[in-house]
Design a protein around this ligand. Structure first.
Ligand code: GDP
Ligand code: MG
Length: 166
């Protein structure tokens, strides 16, 4: 099995940390080499079972200039070409305008979207349902996966969920 997965989320939610955890050393190597016009390959996860190519979607957070609009349209159409989208949010911060901006854009995306609630090592587990409630009805999520990208908690389940839909 193989497929493309886009990672999206506002700054500092832990996108790079997740990528680093999942693909390890390969991130730095790939990000210098493989690039297409619209998508930047950030890393490749490889196991005997599957290969998952993680991509960056440049332009999705750009302000509304003409160039920004163009880049955003490109980024959005790129999102319809991947097999899945990971929308990463931080459990340590309230849902804010940066999240809302992305949610609005993702409403136009037809591919399966997973809500990844990161940094769960920083919260009381009892607070998780309340955190998830802020997002769970915002989009028709294919799955909701709490993780700690820093410690690697539950990342294997995230990968397994992705492999299932490839
Ligand atoms: P990005 O901007 O979305 O790529 O976010 P980064 O991956 O650069 O992470 C931003 C900050 O959050 C860094 O200081 C990371 O070490 C920290 N961070 C990322 N994931 C976690 C996590 O699961 N737990 C904790 N405690 N910190 C995290
Ligand atoms: Mg980053």
């Amino acid at each position: 099995k193989s497929g493309f997965v886009a990672i999206i989320g506002r700054p500092n939610v832990g996108k790079s940390t997740l990528l680093n955890y999942v693909v390890g050393q390969k991130v730095a190597i790939m990000s210098n080499v493989a690039q297409t016009t619209r998508n930047k390959i950030q890393g490749i996860y490889t196991s005997p079972e599957a290969q998952i190519i993680f991509i960056d979607t440049p332009g999705i957070h750009k302000p509304s200039t003409k160039l920004g609009d163009f880049m955003e349209k490109s980024a959005l159409s790129a999102l319809d070409e991947v097999d899945a989208v990971l929308f990463v949010v931080s459990a340590t911060e309230k849902r804010g305008p940066g999240d809302d901006f992305i949610i609005e854009r993702l409403k136009k995306v037809n591919q399966p979207i997973f809500l990844v609630v990161n940094k769960i090592d920083q919260i009381n587990p009892n607070d998780l349902p309340e955190i998830v409630d802020q997002y769970k009805d915002a989009l028709p999520f294919k799955g909701i996966v709490p993780i700690s990208a820093l410690q690697g908690n539950n990342v294997n389940n995230l990968i397994n969920d992705l492999i299932k839909i490839l």
